[in-house]
Design a protein around this ligand. Structure first.
Ligand code: GLU
Length: 392
C-alpha cells in the first residue's frame, strides 16, 4: 500500500512578506496613536482593530522580532469620566482623565495580546526617565529584561505627573526617545496618513508623496510645516522631530497609515509609507553619543586581565577594578585606565563611586553581600563602553 504523502509545510505568504520587509530589523517599536485605538464618537476601544493589530504583533514575534509598543489613548478613554464645563479639558483635567483612562488602556492591551498568548507589561515614562542618565540606564535595563523574557512592553507617557513644561507632549517624540534608549532598529509611527507629502494632500490634487527621506533638510521641514494635514495629535512636524532623534540613534523610522486593520502586515506587503533611512547602527550611534558631549566624572584603574577583556569587547566587571578616582553617581560617564596614565576606555557606570569602592576586586556573585542589595552584574556594560583608540 502506498504511503499517504505528508502535507509539505508551506510557509504562509504573510510570513514571507514580514520576513522580507523586516529582515534588517531586530528590535521594532510600534507607536499607536489615540485616533487608531479609540473610536472618536463612542470613546471606546476599537477592539476589532486592536485584535488585528495584536495578530500582527504575534506574527512578528514568531519570526523572532523584539517588539515594543508605545500606546496613546489614556486621555481619550478617560475624558468622559471627568466633569468639566468646558469642551476642552485643562491640564489638571487632562491629567485626571489620563489616570482614569490608563487603567482601561492597559487592560485592553493585556486582553488583546493575551488572546495571542503574548504577555505584556505597562511602563509609564516621563522625560526625566529617558534623559537623566541614571534613570535612562534603569529604564533601558527594565525594557531589555522584559524583552529577554519575551514580554512586550506597552509604554505611555506618565501623564498624571508630567506637567506641560516638562512633558514629551506627544507620543511621537516619546517613541523616538524610547527607540534611542532601547537601541531599537526600527520605529513605526502608525498614523492617519501614509507618510510625508510635499503639500497638503487633502487640499492639492497634485501633491507628491515622498517615499524615502535620507536627510532631514529645511526643504523637508518646510513640506511638513506648510501642510498641517494630520488630524491626530502630533502632526507631521512632531514626526520630523521624532525622525531627527531616531536618526541620531541609528534607528530607521517609518510613517504609515494605521487606520485599516492589519496595517503592519499591509506595510510589509507594499502599502504606501515614508521611510527615513539612517547611516549608523543603533550600537555605533549609542557609542558616538557616549563618546561625545558628556562630562567625565571620575575614573577607574583596572588590572591586566580586565584590560585584555575590554580590548576584546567584554563588559567591565567589578573583579577587574584596582582603584577608584573621583566621586561619581550611577549613570555618569567615567574613564578607565590600565595604569595611572593610560586611558583605555570610557563608559556609563552602573554603580556610584562609593559602591565601586565596596565591590571592586570582588566576584559578581559577591555584590549582594558587599552592598546589601543586588545590582547589575556588569560595572559598565559593553554597550555603554567606548574603547579609546590611542592612549593619552
Ligand atoms: N499620552 C497621551 C494619552 O495617552 C497621548 C499623547 C499623544 O497622543 O501623543 O492620551
Amino acid at each position: 500500500m502506498s504511503k499517504v504523502p505528508k502535507t509539505p509545510k508551506i510557509k504562509l505568504d504573510t510570513d514571507i512578506d514580514l520576513n522580507k520587509f523586516f529582515s534588517s530589523y531586530k528590535r521594532i517599536i510600534i507607536k499607536v496613536g489615540s485616533s487608531l485605538l479609540v473610536d472618536k464618537k463612542t470613546r471606546k476601544i476599537r477592539s476589532d482593530w486592536l485584535a488585528a493589530f495584536s495578530k500582527d504583533v504575534s506574527s512578528l514575534l514568531k519570526i523572532n522580532k523584539e517588539i515594543i509598543i508605545v500606546s496613546s489613548g489614556a486621555i481619550a478613554l478617560g475624558r468622559n469620566s471627568i466633569n468639566s464645563p468646558e469642551n476642552i479639558l485643562n491640564l489638571q483635567e487632562n491629567q485626571a482623565a489620563a489616570s482614569v483612562g490608563q487603567i482601561e488602556l492597559a487592560y485592553s492591551w493585556k486582553d488583546a495580546l493575551e488572546k495571542e498568548k503574548i504577555k505584556c507589561a505597562q511602563i509609564l515614562l516621563s522625560p526625566d526617565d529617558t534623559e537623566t542618565r541614571r534613570r535612562h540606564l534603569n529604564a533601558r535595563a527594565t525594557i531589555a529584561t522584559l524583552i529577554k523574557s519575551k514580554i512586550v512592553p506597552v509604554i505611555n507617557e506618565n501623564d498624571t505627573v508630567t506637567t506641560s513644561e516638562i512633558k514629551f507632549g506627544d507620543n511621537d517624540r516619546l517613541a523616538a526617545r524610547v527607540a534611542q534608549m532601547s537601541s531599537s532598529d526600527l520605529l513605526i509611527l502608525l498614523s492617519d496618513i501614509d507618510g510625508l507629502y510635499d503639500k497638503n494632500p487633502h487640499q492639492y490634487e497634485n501633491s507628491k508623496h515622498i517615499p524615502v527621506v535620507s536627510e532631514i533638510t529645511d526643504k523637508i521641514i518646510n513640506m511638513a510645516g506648510s501642510s498641517h494635514y494630520e488630524h491626530a495629535s502630533g502632526g507631521m512636524i512632531t514626526k520630523l522631530e521624532a525622525a531627527k532623534i531616531t536618526r541620531l540613534s541609528g534607528c530607521t523610522l517609518i510613517i504609515c497609515n494605521g487606520e485599516n486593520e492589519h496595517s503592519i502586515l499591509k506595510l510589509s506587503q507594499g502599502c504606501k509609507h515614508t521611510i527615513f533611512i539612517v547611516n549608523d547602527t543603533p550600537l555605533t550611534a549609542r557609542k558616538k553619543w557616549i563618546a561625545a558631549g558628556l562630562n567625565i566624572s571620575g575614573s577607574l584603574i583596572v588590572d591586566k586581565g580586565a584590560t585584555e577583556a575590554l580590548k576584546k569587547g567584554s563588559s567591565l566587571l567589578p573583579a577587574g577594578v584596582i582603584k577608584v578616582r573621583g566621586i561619581f553617581e550611577k549613570g555618569d560617564l567615567i574613564d578607565i585606565y590600565s595604569d595611572y596614565k593610560t586611558k583605555i576606555a570610557s563608559g556609563l557606570t552602573s554603580y556610584n563611586s562609593k559602591e565601586v569602592e565596596l565591590i571592586m576586586g570582588k566576584k559578581t556573585k559577591d555584590i549582594y553581600q558587599s552592598l546589601g542589595y543586588s545590582g547589575r552584574d556588569e560595572l559598565i556594560h559593553r554597550d555603554d563602553l567606548v574603547l579609546k583608540t590611542s592612549s593619552k
